[in-house]
Design a binder for this molecule. Sequence first.
Ligand SMILES: Nc1ncnc2c1ncn2[C@@H]1O[C@H](COP(=O)(O)OP(=O)(O)OP(=O)(O)O)[C@@H](O)[C@H]1O
Ligand SMILES: Nc1nc2c(ncn2[C@@H]2O[C@H](COP(=O)(O)O)[C@@H](O)[C@H]2O)c(=O)[nH]1
Length: 404
Amino acid sequence: MGEAPALFVGDLQNGFSNGCDLKSKGFETAMIVGDKKYVIGGNDDELALSIGVRIFDKSTNTWSIPTFLGTKPKPCKGFSAMLLDEDRICLIKRASPPEDRIWFLEVDTQFVREQKRILGTDVVAWSKGVVGDAQKPIVISGPSGVGKGTLISKLMKEFPSMFGFSVSHTTRAPRDKEIDGVDYHFTERSVMEKDIKDGKFLEFASVHGNLYGTSVEAVEVVADAGKRCILDIDVQGARSVRATPLEAIFIFIRPPSFEDLEKRLRARGTETEEQIQKRLRNAKEELKQGESSGLFDYVLENDDLEDCYLRLKKLLGLDGSAGATFKSSPQTVNLPSPIDRPVAKRDYKILTNCGENLLGLDVSSLKGGAPGRTRGLKMYTMNSFSDGINGIEERTNDYELMWY
Ligand SMILES: Nc1ncnc2c1ncn2[C@@H]1O[C@H](COP(=O)(O)OP(=O)(O)OP(=O)(O)O)[C@@H](O)[C@H]1O
Ligand SMILES: Nc1nc2c(ncn2[C@@H]2O[C@H](COP(=O)(O)O)[C@@H](O)[C@H]2O)c(=O)[nH]1
């Protein structure tokens, strides 16, 4: 995060202007970023399913509705908003459940700029805020038949409350015993292509003749359950995820030999001979890329299954060693409700005046972001009360901060 902008106050319900180019109208507010004015509020559609955003471009004098990426926040009874780093807007929703309270609207982050270039339209991306440092997602890649699914199932079985599987979408037909929504979201190509176009996917790739992809929602659902997300995706998908702010750990699984891989694929008995040949052809390229590209943080050889599983657990720090794990599991934001006064911001500390007590958010160490969750939010309460935003600002340093 760069230099903090000056104190910025936003209250969206009372319809005031704060002299910082922020104007409110009913439940709408406008934020200026560069040549553009982002009007946030109202409803996104007639069904009132989410908070709307429209953009006024001062250079062309035109209004537009941007392409939305990420899960949109549901409408609420008002919200406060602050511009952070000139590239995202932090929204604190009123009277909303704690896990739905803090949202970020990214308007000019690297991810949004890249998506604008790809889609050729104006783009904004929603990302929900999560308190604390959630553990990094785990991307597991490797050629078909190497044993990725088997290893992941073992992890999920041994640590059901710790890990959650990112359920991918695919256009391939379900195998016997595969369950829609559990193993995959089995889908029509035309539907998936439209969803990709609409920005609903974190990554996608054509694999062995079918389309596979990880939706943003698949990853968010796991994060919301407070679990560490595991993605089973091919090498192309891993490369795409590397280019997003997801900050995952990338593990490549390789077979002891190509012959072993072929044996496993045949023994599984789920593919036709033609499909096996295609998967083996692709495996050669995947093995080359997986082991040489520097894309992966770890390469594990799946020789003996139990032995490989032990090594996987070790690198994830599940054998008592530090491994590659990170702090605690995510906490959701727990602001008291309703927030019925404006919000003040200085040096990445956002203060909300909630009547009897003050509540703060520290946004100085944000991580991740769209597509997915914005992590690294810190929350604190203050054990004294001060009237008015200016008072709060001046007296902040006198108060003891109690961090969650
Ligand atoms: N270490 C191992 N030794 C022998 N067989 C194994 C080993 N690991 C997994 N297998 C077996 O190999 C087959 C393929 O494993 P699995 O389905 O987990 O592979 P995968 O990498 O997930 O494949 P895909 O990418 O096609 O989904 C399964 O029948 C599984 O039981
Ligand atoms: N890029 C992505 N690859 C994915 C995804 N989900 C699965 N996969 C990979 O596809 C192959 C084949 O899987 P199968 O179930 O048909 O055997 C395998 O390598 C998976 O890792 C995804 O969402 N994106």
